[in-house]
Design a binder for this molecule. Sequence first.
Ligand SMILES: Nc1nc2c(c(=O)[nH]1)N=C([C@H](O)[C@@H](O)CO)CN2
Length: 124
Amino acid sequence: MTQDIVFIEALKVDTVIGVYDWEKSIQQTLQFDVEMRTDIRAAAEVDDLSKTVDYAVVSEDIVKLAKENQAELIETVAEKVAERILTHYAVNSVQISLRKLGAVASTQSVGVRIERDATLYQAV
Ligand SMILES: Nc1nc2c(c(=O)[nH]1)N=C([C@H](O)[C@@H](O)CO)CN2
């Protein structure tokens, strides 16, 4: 298996997210860094976008998902994005860093980082 990665860096999405009541009536910014492990050789061989993971399409998908699924925890959003990527694209595993910007005073950032494998979602 190759170690190839298609990545998306610092994708910002404004959405309703948070545990506390005051957070449920405002928009806050989530920032995604996504690394998708996939074999890029077939696409490179024939210079064809349809044979790789289109980072523009995945980015649009993440924005839609984050806006439509208003959650309390960023963990919930990270898991939904991982499941979406691994079940809809030719990706073997995904690493997602999800930051909630401005959530905690005096920090540079807070967030979660998860790594999930496509085998988790395969039917037995
Ligand atoms: N591990 C987490 N901790 C916290 C979360 C979260 O989503 N995951 N969320 C909050 C609040 O919504 C916070 O962002 C408000 O300041 C607190 N801790």
